[in-house]
Design a protein around this ligand. Structure first.
Ligand SMILES: Nc1nc2c(ncn2[C@@H]2O[C@H](COP(=O)(O)OP(=O)(O)OP(=O)(O)O)[C@@H](O)[C@H]2O)c(=O)[nH]1
Length: 524
């Protein structure tokens, strides 16, 4: 392999010799043993264990290159240089438990190859892993290219992981504040994916190089729990928990299977873990797209985010699988999936915010329904009680009862009686708008509540209100001459409490009503 100023990728076909990995290897011995051997296996893909590769290298000029054994998971990695004379010296130890030689995320463990003069020799690479999920190829990159590409890969990895973890923290805060399960599962969905990818990308090794276990495997173990949370999240997002039919529990069954498998996987060999996690993910892709599509067709407003996010993620998985089966040689498949996943996480948190918006709307609706009268739109007794409890200044209350509505109902019909009540309520709201508020407390009973403010005192307020009530009475009588309103006013200075004021106003209203009745009888 001639090293030039171009990147060189040495495919894993017929590159690796599987070697005995039971004991700590003496690699110099291994190198001597395999120096003449030509029985390399076709590929490391899907295997596990230790393997040795011999790369005959020629460099026409001196230079610095970075060698990247791309194998996704590496427990042990050693590189040796054998010069033309057959002398062997160790070049690098890029094992998982070593301080990384260079910070490259996304399984990009790399070491530097410095050739001080034009050289020919053999580069020997020994790797050991629990599973090789990709064709374990070796890339040799000139230093300048390596620096540029590791800057891009590291930056994108850090940004996407940060986005996912920040979104997870947002969801956690929402859960702490609201106690809604959907927010808790959103936290699990986004957070476990973010954490899993951070580990898979090698961040665990960089942050905690002394870890007794290889943290890059951790992502695969976290994955089933992330899928379990995702499935529960969809279940609560679309409020399937409120619907009865059994099929709506499918998401719960899937979530529980994923969570159980997650626990079971802790006791399985890593190859199993790898395949089971990918199986769960493949099924989840279809489940999520199906649920998203179904909800979209039902015009559920949350579905557009859920569906879009999962579609982007699914497409990235197709890209990932195509590049893994080497049918299509796309660059950085893991990075593409991680970028897509961070977009998915943004969409997921947006669908959560839509869910919370709906909850807020429902809450506002219930609040309104419980405090406002459906017929007239004015406040009801519950709202009146709340306002009475909140009073700070002097105030007055007006007790209003409509006259002869029974008769109006009997003669003109109930609908006309309703119109009458609506008309009276509207008039009172208009007339008292700048002074206070009106409440419907019974069939044809209303209460007005006016608080003294900087612009008026109790006397002027009472005078003002009386004038306006008379005006209301005149206007009502213009449309329904046999009806009208009777009212009584009481101020906070007349009673010790609001209820005492109300009963004073009530009895004053009855006096007025009696007069109205007497007047009506004499007119007859
Ligand atoms: N159309 C209509 N009538 C109602 C409504 N709520 C209560 N009423 C009627 O209002 C009347 C209230 O009773 P009263 O206060 O004794 O009736 P009234 O004819 O106004 O008698 P006075 O108050 O003594 O003048 C009842 O006949 C109820 O049917 C309503 O929402 N719509």
């Amino acid at each position: 392999h001639e090293l030039t100023s171009e990147k060189r990728v040495i495919q894993d076909d017929a590159l690796w010799h599987l070697v005995d990995d039971n004991k700590t290897p003496d690699i110099t011995q291994l190198i001597k043993q395999y120096n003449q051997s030509s029985n390399a296996i076709s590929s490391l893909l899907g295997r596990s264990g230790a393997a040795l590769a011999k790369l005959p290298i020629t460099a026409m000029q001196a230079g610095n290159w970075y060698v990247m054994p791309v194998a996704n998971f590496v427990d042990q990695g050693h590189a040796y240089w054998q010069d033309e004379l057959g002398n062997i010296k160790q070049l690098a130890d890029f094992s998982q438990f070593q301080q990384p030689q260079s910070v490259v995320l996304m399984h990009g463990q790399a070491f530097k190859l410095t050739l001080k003069k034009p050289s020919t020799g053999n580069l020997w690479i020994y790797i050991k892993a629990k599973h090789y999920p990709t064709p374990a190829h070796i890339a040799v990159v000139p230093e300048s290219q390596f620096i540029a590409s590791s800057f891009v890969v590291n930056s994108l990895s850090i940004v996407t992981i940060t986005v996912m973890l920040m979104l997870a923290i947002m969801a956690l805060i929402l859960f702490i504040k609201t106690r809604y399960k959907v927010a808790a599962f959103c936290f699990g969905y986004v957070g476990l994916h973010g954490l899993g990818w951070a580990m898979a990308a090698g961040l665990g090794q960089i942050i905690y190089p002394m870890s007794p276990v290889n943290t890059s495997y951790a992502g695969m173990y976290l994955f089933p729990f992330a899928i379990g949370c995702a499935s529960y999240f969809a279940y609560y997002l679309f409020n399937f928990n409120r619907l009865k039919p059994i099929k709506n529990r499918l998401l719960v069954y899937y979530a529980n299977i994923a969570l159980l498998l997650g626990v079971g996987m802790l006791f399985l060999p890593f190859t199993w873990v790898f395949y089971l996690s990918h199986l769960l993910a493949s099924i989840w892709v279809w489940v999520s797209l199906f649920v998203g599509y179904k909800m979209l067709s039902l015009q559920d407003f949350r579905a557009k985010y859920f569906f879009t996010g999962n579609l982007v993620y699914s497409l990235s998985l197709v890209y990932y699988m195509l590049s893994h089966f080497t049918a299509f040689d796309g660059p950085s498949p893991e990075l593409v999936v991680m970028l897509a996943l961070s977009i998915d996480c943004v969409c997921i948190v947006m669908s959560l915010s839509e869910w919370l918006r709906l909850k807020q709307q429902e809450f506002n609706h219930v609040m309104h329904q419980s405090r406002f009268d459906a017929l007239t739109g004015v406040g009801n007794r519950l709202l009146l009680n709340e306002k009475l409890a909140d009073l700070q200044n002097k105030y007055l209350v007006v007790f209003i009862d409509c006259d002869s509505i029974k008769q109006l109902n009997d003669q003109l019909g109930h609908a006309q009686g309703d119109q009458f009540l609506i008309y009276v309520a509207d008039l009172m709201q208009q007339q008292l708008a700048d002074l206070g508020q009106v409440f419907r407390t019974g069939g044809d009973e209303f209460i007005g509540l006016c608080e003294v403010n900087q612009g008026n005192d109790l006397v002027s307020l009472k005078w003002n209100i009386e004038k306006r009530l008379q005006e209301i009475n005149i206007q009502v009588k213009q449309r329904w001459p046999a009806s009208g309103i009777s009212y009584g006013i009481a101020t906070s200075e007349e009673g010790k409490s609001a209820s005492q004021c109300l009963s004073i106003a009530d009895s004053r209203m009855y006096e007025v009503k009696s007069q109205h009745k007497a007047q009506a009888t004499s007119e007859v």
